[in-house]
Write a new protein. Structure first.
Length: 480
């Protein structure tokens, strides 16, 4: 019997798990994927939103601004990278300039610091690659970029160190209300818990509707992206948005925390909640927008695209976060409808929801809570002197496995053996960036598989890309 089971190990679920670990409670996180951030969190813009876009007075607006503050505070404590590069919403048509004033007013009502409208001359000095047709822009200095993987991994590892149990490849199939507790039927057996936190992303409605008469609907909104080589990473310093439309913030062009540039996302509502395939029609549209963008001075070179990908946003039909105890199901707590700016808001969502839980259950404080965490040491971030010292201590840090991203064997071994260690190729990719460069794992996959096989003590045929059903090798060649 657990005190609390959290369903979902994305950024929301792992932030909640970490916040719960501050108390003496028996907490378990169940995740149907093989790793943290393997659902909604694995493919998004990685933007730290300032909070000017959310409707004033909404929970979304409140938690966006608070989450923005918390991410910058938590970054040094949990050793995940953030960069405060600012955000620009660019107006290119004089007649639409009034829309910037609306956003500015929203920013002031939401309590977003430092937001102002900048005129053409200053704008083009700030971003020389913007179109000369730019009229003005809203500038939000607290905007930034982050890697969603790094956030979920940091939160999950810290929660694990503080006593939270994680069960991966464990899918919740059925939830039943019992007398004072809940019974969760999973593909790996039945679990019992006094309370449930529903952080199931696009499946949050399915979990909620199992226990409540007041039904919820989550729409899977697909966003497709183009990722460009690091050679293009300095094209824009800030995250550059067009004026927003009815489907969201629009197709933006922005640097990533790791130095790439991306164009996206699109916005298409889909029925399939596993539908993360890219589509030729949307990719062609993104290419056209990148090459004929009204935001860029030059034609974006498409020969610099190294991959395309898609992710799903958990769009609640009223476009609002749902963070509360379910009225007709005591002990069942929703963290649902967590779409953009959900990544930014995730630590604030955790703060709020765990506050509600704690008010109800009054768990004792965990006096042994460890609030800090050290991430993987990436050799590319070190000075030559520091690199030499690392290699002297462990020669595996001198053996490069991924040449595109300069990832060493030592980093991969650390990724496998640390808390919530990597068990698949995608899990290693999330932790080290192995396979994310120009060749997209074309050269480093066999060597990484060898390291996985050795460290986990399993044959190569058991190694997967992302858990059950994604084996990299099947059988062996028969000799004549």
């Amino acid at each position: 019997m657990y005190d609390i089971i959290v369903i979902g190990a994305g950024v929301t679920g792992t932030c909640i798990a970490r916040e719960l670990s501050k108390y003496q409670a028996n907490v378990c996180v169940v995740e149907k994927g093989d790793d943290v951030a393997s659902g909604t969190s694995k493919a998004n813009s990685g933007v730290i939103h300032s909070g000017f876009d959310a409707k004033p007075g909404t929970l979304m607006a409140k938690l966006n601004v608070r989450g923005n503050e918390l991410l910058y505070e938590l970054s040094p404590q949990l050793d995940f990278p953030v960069k405060q590069n600012g955000a620009l919403v660019v107006c290119t048509v004089e007649a639409e300039r009034g829309k910037l004033d609306v956003l500015l007013d929203q920013a002031h009502k939401n309590g977003v610091p430092g937001v102002r409208i900048i005129e053409k001359e200053e704008l083009l000095q700030m971003e020389p690659n913007l179109t000369p047709n730019a009229v003005a822009a809203l500038y939000a200095p607290t905007g930034g970029v982050i890697c969603p993987f790094n956030l979920a991994i940091a939160m999950g590892e810290n929660a694990s160190v503080n006593g939270v149990e994680f069960k991966f490849e464990t899918e919740v199939l059925k939830i039943e209300k019992k007398d004072g507790y809940y019974e969760l039927e999973t593909n790996k057996g039945t679990l019992q818990t006094k309370a449930v936190v529903n952080a199931a992303g696009v499946y949050a409605d399915k979990m909620h509707n199992m226990v409540s008469e007041k039904k919820m609907k989550i729409i899977a909104r697909k966003g497709e992206y183009l990722l460009l080589d690091k050679e293009m990473g300095h094209y824009f310093k800030a995250s550059v948005f067009p004026l927003p439309g009815k489907m969201g913030k629009g197709v933006l062009t922005a640097p990533t925390i790791h130095g790439n540039l991306y164009v996206g996302p699109s916005a298409t509502d889909v029925e399939d909640k596993e539908g993360v395939n890219t589509t030729q029609e949307i990719i062609d549209d993104l290419i056209y927008k990148a090459q004929h963008s009204h935001l860029t001075k030059d034609v974006m070179p498409m020969n610099k695209v190294i991959t395309s990908f898609a992710g799903l946003r958990a769009h609640e039909e009223n476009h609002e976060f749902i963070v509360e105890e379910v009225a007709d199901s005591p002990g069942f707590f929703d963290a649902a409808g967590i779409e953009s700016p959900g990544l930014t808001s995730s630590p604030a969502i955790a703060e709020m929801l765990v506050g509600i839980i704690q008010e109800k259950y009054q768990f004792p404080v965990n006096e042994n809570f460890v609030g800090t965490r050290k991430g993987i040491t990436h050799m590319e971030d070190l000075t030559m002197e520091e690199k030499n010292e690392m290699i002297k201590k462990d020669p595996r840090y001198g053996s490069i496995v991924c040449r595109c991203e300069m990832v060493t064997e030592g980093e991969i071994v650390d990724a496998i053996n640390r808390p919530l260690g990597a068990k698949s190729l995608d899990a290693i990719k999330r932790r080290t960036r192995q396979g994310t460069g120009r060749c997209q794992a074309g050269f480093c996959t066999p060597r990484t598989m060898e390291i996985l096989s050795r460290e986990l003590g399993i044959p190569m045929t058991e190694i997967t890309k992302k858990g059950e059903g994604s084996h990299m090798l099947v059988g062996k060649i028969k000799e004549d």
